[in-house]
Write a protein that binds this ligand. Structure first.
Ligand SMILES: Nc1nc2c(ncn2[C@@H]2O[C@H](COP(=O)(O)OP(=O)(O)O)[C@@H](O)[C@H]2O)c(=O)[nH]1
Ligand SMILES: [Mg+2]
Length: 176
């Protein structure tokens, strides 16, 4: 089956969004301790595709060697997975993209991988401000607005749209 990777900084809301996307509450572990998810958790959705909750990058307190290993792992993941239909790249509505985010953006652009940006935690702002923030974030990472969904795992805003966009990637994927 094709798979979709969920990528983003630690604590950006990957596990929460994965739970919202699959409509279950206890599937992926969420935590208040950043940098905790190490393994890649894989979830089959409707026996049609896999969602992969990848380890979060950019955890500031991790040792340099650990950060480099993680970047290598993610680079290998997006470079060599022949079942990979695309990635959902999560960016927090409250944060300007970090140097690690920008490095990830370059990597994804290099690989030409189908990429959707999910702006996360949109419930933190009102409508106007969340749109302004999303535009600024997309400009910073050079992703067009039609490849972006503004989401909240808490209110489920945008979750259905994101799911539909993911299904589009899955439908396009031809596994060699
Ligand atoms: N307000 C708000 N908080 C969120 C949302 N999604 C995740 N969080 C919180 O952000 C923190 C990290 O979430 P988690 O899903 O574990 O992030 P991960 O490290 O990327 O997997 C937790 O405290 C979550 O409750 C959201 O949509 N809205
Ligand atoms: Mg997690």
């Amino acid at each position: 089956m094709p798979e979709i990777g969920l990528l983003g900084r630690s604590n950006v809301g990957k596990s929460s969004l994965l739970n919202a996307l699959t409509g279950r509450r206890t599937l992926a572990r969420t935590s208040r301790t950043p940098g905790k998810t190490r393994a890649c958790n894989v979830f089959a959705v409707d026996q049609r595709f896999y969602l992969v909750d990848l380890p979060g990058y950019g955890y500031a307190r991790a040792a340099k060697t650990v950060r480099r290993e993680l970047l290598n792992l993610l680079t290998g993941y997006v470079s060599r997975r022949d079942r990979l239909a695309g990635v959902v790249w999560l960016l927090d509505v409250r944060r300007d993209p970090s140097p690690d985010d920008l490095a990830m953006g370059r990597l994804l652009a290099d690989r030409g991988l189908p990429t959707l940006v999910a702006i996360t935690k949109s419930d933190k702002f009102g409508r106007v401000q969340r749109t302004e923030r999303s535009v600024a974030i997309l400009n910073a990472v050079g992703i067009p607005a039609d490849q972006c969904v503004v989401t909240s795992a808490r209110t489920r805003d945008g979750v259905r749209d994101l799911r539909e966009a993911i299904e589009g990637f899955v439908a396009e994927k031809r596994i060699p």
